[in-house]
Design a protein around this ligand. Sequence first.
Ligand SMILES: *Cc1c(COP(=O)(O)O)cnc(C)c1O
Length: 458
Amino acid sequence: MPKHAALDTAELQAMDAAHYLHPFTDFKQLNRKGSRVIERAEGIYLWDSDGNRILDGMAGLWCVNLGYGRKELADAAYAQMLQLPYYNSFFQTTTPPAIRLAELLAEVTPDGLNHVFFTGSGSEANDTVVRMARHYWASLGKPDKSILISRENAYHGSTMAGASLGGMKPMHAQGGLPIPGIVHIEQPYWFGHGAGMSPDEFGLKAARALETKIDELGEGRVAAFIAEPIQGAGGVIIPPDSYWPEISRICREREILLVADEVICGFGRTGNWFGSQTYDIKPDLMPIAKGMSSGYLPIGGVMVADRVAEVLIERGGEFNHGFTYSGHPTCCAVATRNIEILRDERVVEHVRDVAAPHLARRWRELADHPVVGEARCKGLLGALELVPDKNAGERFPDPGQAGTICRDICFENGIIMRAVRDTMIISPPLVITTDQIDELVALAGKCLDQAAAALRNA
Ligand SMILES: *Cc1c(COP(=O)(O)O)cnc(C)c1O
């Protein structure tokens, strides 16, 4: 019998504290408190080591699009591991699962994206973006076009380049980031920064910050602009409708590459296969990961538009970049099966026609709650802005405190919502039913009530 089967929660927590350094965690604080141990899952629900059932409002970390417990994905991994668990694509070799996935991705991604560079994660995909964008311009004889423009509060991963592209100040503060050649402009966060403007006025203003930045740097020095169609980890920042058309115009006119980081928005999250379709973005490079395999195995990649691929193929020479697990056969087999199920079970249509419209109706009701300043959602991404007084237009004086209180209350009530400072966010599995959305909204409302009471007493 495996050793851990006999361990109770306290023993697991003690071992966890003794040996396991968790990502994005204050180690000392967590060791005092003890980790929550998740033991199994089915559909949209998790069970912890004390037997509590928890509705997973975050689909793991925005990734378990098909929900938990899909035997077909386990079967695909098992069969591939017996056939060929691993081989690389470095030495002029390839494997059938990598080929099949590359072809399927060309089919399900937007028109004009027909090549993929495989990675092991979204961070590696964005590291690939930095090198590929610069290599593209160098191959065209323009090596000075090397700066990447990103946005404040963006999340593009945790490697050196990923965290540099990201706009998270606490990440930059550790390890000497950002690396050279990456700059940031403002984000299209209307509720936070758009006071006195209509959403569309503010969207245009935020987009034109890109134009100003390109002109300041000089078009001849800028390689690319990178953005998530909807900012996820930054707090589900849904841009005003005016934002993306203006960004697209600027990138076209200034001759810089447009990179749509679809690591969260891809594979159905916004009600289309890709967020780029929801916002009519025509990306030159498109990083993908997370929902690509529903998180069952780690895999990512960069989709490359035909016009870029042609230059890389015809003029680029050797691209000195790649990972041991680029095109990992078992991960590719699982991703392929995942995408086939998304397609064959019409999961994206379920989001677009059933789940997202239902969530939109129900989520709006939460906007009436006394501690909610705004309730917004798009597809199956949602956010609630916690405020001390909904008529005063002010935030809590100590940012993050109210969010943390609310998040802990959510856990106690059997629902996972994440807090980004004082914004509560959700991103449930795409297979969530309308009844389960009702359950999610009811639980969220109950947690808001308890959070309001706790904040009054705080
Ligand atoms: C999660 C995320 C990444 C990083 O992906 P990892 O697999 O964690 O490396 C990159 N971009 C976006 C938009 C993400 O949400």
